[in-house]
Design a protein around this ligand. Structure first.
Ligand code: AMP
Length: 400
């Protein structure tokens, strides 16, 4: 394991902290969800308490090397200033002489937020010159950006070799510990609830889970690729099916059978001919899906069977919504799972929610905070759970 930030001596030092402030903004540039900003506070507050000055760097959106004012980190610096008891300064860029002067003059207890790293294409190219320029700003490096840990960029990989003193922050460590522990030594029964639109993108994860889980419950659009795959061969109407993943779905079904994993697919669904907010959903068994009907949520029978397995579980990992939860007629299945997760968490079950859409669903139903751990990184958590090493985390282990 790399060092934890608590193991570093930082008094009087300038500490460069890579955070993940890729947060949603509204049309006026206000932060609409500050979950990731709040999640960065333990590391920042710890460093300030230790007498360090803190330089925060992040990307926001995909400006692809262009300076796009709507993707400025200025609103994030303002929001941070409301959350933290410290002076927050904002730099007009992430590198260059002006930023260097601001960083040099930063006093212990102060924070400097750099402008969006991705205003420079060099950031995502992991450009050595750009890494070097970023590194000149500080004495110590801390990575606390789990959301980008699966990417090798200048600010989380290239930069690291320039520092003698480097560590993972509280958030990055917590994410890794939770997710790795969950998959390597879960309290059993260990149940995985998978959903979302597609099987592709979750192939490595499904393979690995078939090795470690006791139950795999599949809902969402991806269930229909499984339902139409041999040996099940259901007609699923116009539901989402990835033809080129049918063979893979069959292999997963076989693998689960061979390993004794209880793979559960929906037996009923909320179906409609249209995906829209005022659509009329009808509840049907899967076998009743006619050609122009799409399954857009799990039905009551499926919810009941998923819930009874969840009631018996000691560890649950949830990744992906059970239906098109963004729309009222198709949100109930996802809501039922979210509510069940909250209920079993209170009874002592460890519940982990992979980031992205499942985290957004919890928030929509005002249930965020009631599970054991909600990951701040969608892609990074999927890769980590799939057994893929995260380059930014690995880089922290290396020597200067
Ligand atoms: P993903 O990006 O693969 O995790 O998928 C998330 C998206 O899947 C959400 O935006 C949902 O609206 C969508 N989704 C969930 N269930 C279905 C379904 N049955 N049919 C089509 N889309 C779905």
């Amino acid at each position: 394991m790399p060092k934890h930030v608590k193991e570093l001596a930082v008094q009087g030092k300038q500490v460069f902290v890579r955070t993940d402030y890729n947060v949603p903004l509204d049309a006026e540039g206000n932060v609409t969800d500050d979950f990731r900003i709040r999640a960065s506070l333990p590391t920042i507050e710890y460093l300030l308490d230790q007498g360090a000055s803190v330089i925060l760097a992040s990307h926001l959106g995909r400006p692809k090397g262009a300076v796009i004012p709507e993707m400025s980190l200025a609103p994030i610096a303002s929001r941070l200033a409301e959350l933290v008891q410290a002076e927050v300064l904002f730099a007009p860029d992430s590198v260059g002489s002006e930023v260097e002067t601001l960083a040099e003059n930063l006093k212990p207890g102060q924070i400097l937020v750099l402008e969006n790293l991705r205003f420079h294409a060099a950031e995502t190219q992991n450009d050595p010159e750009f890494s070097k320029k970023l590194a000149t700003l500080a004495d110590v490096f801390v990575n606390d950006a789990f959301g980008t840990a699966h990417r090798a960029h200048a600010s989380n990989v290239g930069i690291v070799s320039h520092f003698e003193e480097k560590a993972a922050g509280f958030l990055l460590m917590k994410e890794i510990e939770f997710l790795v522990k969950t998959i390597e030594s879960p309290a059993r029964p260990f149940t995985v609830v998978m959903g979302g639109s597609k099987v592709s993108g979750k192939i490595d994860l499904l393979k690995r889970l078939a090795d470690v889980a006791d139950n795999i419950l599949i809902g969402g659009g991806m269930a229909f690729t499984f339902l139409s795959a041999p040996p099940l061969n259901h007609n699923v109407g116009s539901s989402l099916v990835e033809e080129d993943r049918i063979q893979f779905a069959s292999d997963v079904i076989d693998l689960c059978l061979a390993k004794g994993v209880n793979l559960v697919l929906p037996s009923d669904c909320i179906a409609s001919r249209e995906i829209k907010e005022d659509a009329q959903g009808q509840e049907l068994p899967i076998r009743a899906l006619e050609d122009d009907l799409m399954g857009l949520d799990i039905g009551h029978r499926t919810r009941k069977s998923f819930n009874s397995i969840l009631d018996e579980s000691k560890t649950v990992l949830w990744n992906g919504p059970m239906g098109v939860f963004e729309m009222t007629p198709f949100q109930e299945g996802t809501k039922a799972i979210a509510e069940k997760l909250c209920e079993i968490t209170k009874k002592g079950t460890t519940t982990i929610v992979g980031g992205g859409d499942s985290a957004a669903a919890l928030k929509k139903f005002k249930l965020d905070g009631c599970v054991t751990h909600t990951s701040t990184g969608g892609g990074a958590s999927l890769e980590l759970l799939s057994g893929i090493k995260l380059p930014a985390f690995e880089a922290l282990k290396g020597a200067k």
